[in-house]
Write a protein that binds this ligand. Structure first.
Ligand code: PMP
Length: 425
């Protein structure tokens, strides 16, 4: 892979920050080393001394004074070493990426911890997009992605999708206006990457089928584009076994995968991680060196302690419990929708995530109805238009989140929605 052709001038120009490199060296140095090099503050002046966290099963995680000092201090930009090694083992167990043993220059698998997957994704977009570049995705799409992409001035080409995700034939058709060798000529502007939320796409809750992924990966090879696999709902898949990921089939080192702890451990701790070819992940780390510097050491340590205490088995048992919780929530929302919305609206059964994507019949613009009338009825949904690049176009869709409401509340919410629709019609 020629990674340099994907990079913006700003990303290619990034150089390691000498002081950040020192931090990484120091964190691995023996305790006997006397270093006067870093600009780190003295943590004995910090007011926090110890902490004990009680976790679900009544067990505890304890930060003694030494650990607390480390938690409150600067750390390496890529992430703290023990979390990185735990995550590396997890990725190998779950996805076994072919790139694990590749040489660095040929896209060896690398991981970096980010401040939620959102930080990782926005840095990936900034690394890859020059104004006017073509990129591929299917609508509707996570609104955070739209907000991150649009200001970069890329030309977004939308690929058709259905309840099984992106339709490979549509992608093939779009790409047929280029020749495979066009990717060697920057003037031809072949698409740089395909962005996808393969499991429980936000807002639709639908997932991309495994055999379609294979076809899409083959097209990526033929036309030499990258795949950005944004997969925060991976662990919330309802059907097992989980669908193989793009990362698992990445023989070339062209997949950048964004994982998130937001839906399974905590959204407020802000920890996610990127997995991808070293030459690209390194660029993201260089960007972090001069922006966030690193994801909070405190939250990384807390998560790392938890994961080490649980072990892989304990972690996987936990995420299965979380997936089961959302399965029950989904079923309750489907039951409420059947009861109140039959004949008024239509929807597909979500296979992951926390959303029901509802198309209301006979109303072309749900945004207006939600903004003007829903609050008066004491109910609220996300209007569908915000999940489209052109958010000014009317949309008959709404997104109903089933993550927080109780089954009784969902029942009442859909009853109120049904009244709203009937009154409007
Ligand atoms: N991608 C998608 C598809 C999401 O739905 C979200 C969160 N709603 C994110 C990324 C960002 O998640 P995080 O909290 O890990 O930044």
């Amino acid at each position: 892979m020629n990674y340099s052709r994907f990079l913006t001038a700003a990303s290619a120009a990034r150089k390691p920050s000498a002081l950040r490199v020192l931090t990484a060296i120091l964190n691995r140095a023996p305790e006997s080393l006397i270093s006067l090099a870093p600009g780190s503050p003295n943590p004995s002046t910090f007011p926090f001394k110890t902490a004990t966290f009680t976790i679900e099963d009544g067990k505890t995680i304890h930060f003694g004074e030494k650990m607390m000092k480390r938690a409150l201090q600067y750390s390496e930009s890529a992430g703290i070493p023990e979390l990185l090694s735990w995550l590396t083992r997890l990725q190998i167990k779950l996805h076994n990426p072919p790139t694990v043993h590749y040489p660095s220059s040929q896209g060896k698998m690398e991981i970096c911890v980010t401040c939620g997957s959102q930080e990782g994704l926005s840095k990936v977009f900034e690394m890859l997009i020059n104004p006017g570049d073509n990129i591929l995705l299917s609508e509707p799409i996570y609104s955070g992605t739209i907000q991150a992409l649009c200001p970069l001035g890329c030309n977004i080409i939308t690929v058709a999708s259905d309840e099984n995700g992106i339709i490979p034939e549509s992608l093939k058709e779009i790409l047929s206006k280029w020749e495979p060798e066009d990717s060697k000529n920057p003037k031809k502007k072949t698409p740089k990457f395909l962005y996808t939320v393969p499991n429980g796409s936000n807002p639709t809750g639908m997932s991309l089928k495994g055999d379609r992924k294979k076809d899409i990966y083959e097209l990526a090879r033929k036309y030499d584009f990258l795949i950005v696999e944004d997969d925060p709902y991976y662990f919330l898949q309802i059907n097992k076994p989980r669908v193989p990921t793009f990362l698992s089939m990445d023989v070339d080192g062209r997949v950048i995968r964004a994982d998130s702890f937001s839906k399974i451990l905590s959204s407020g701790l802000r920890v996610g991680f990127l997995t991808g070819p070293k030459p690209l992940i390194e660029r993201v780390i260089l960007h972090m060196q001069v922006s966030t510097m690193h994801t909070s050491t405190f939250t990384q340590l807390l998560i790392s302690q938890l994961l080490h205490q649980w072990g892989e088995e304990g972690f996987l048992a936990h995420v299965d419990r979380v997936a089961d919780f959302y399965r029950k929530q989904r079923d309750a929302s489907l039951a409420a929708a059947e009861k109140w919305l039959s004949g008024l609206a239509e929807w597909h059964i979500p296979t992951a995530s926390m959303f029901l994507w509802i198309k209301v019949k006979g109303i072309s613009d749900m945004k207006q109805l939600i903004e003007e009338k829903a609050l008066k009825k004491e109910v609220l949904f996300a209007p569908g238009n915000v999940f489209y690049i052109d958010s000014s176009a009317p949309s008959p869709y709404i997104r109903a989140s089933f993550s927080l409401a109780s089954p009784e509340q969902m029942d009442v919410a859909f009853q109120r929605l049904a009244q709203l629709i009937k009154e409007h019609l």
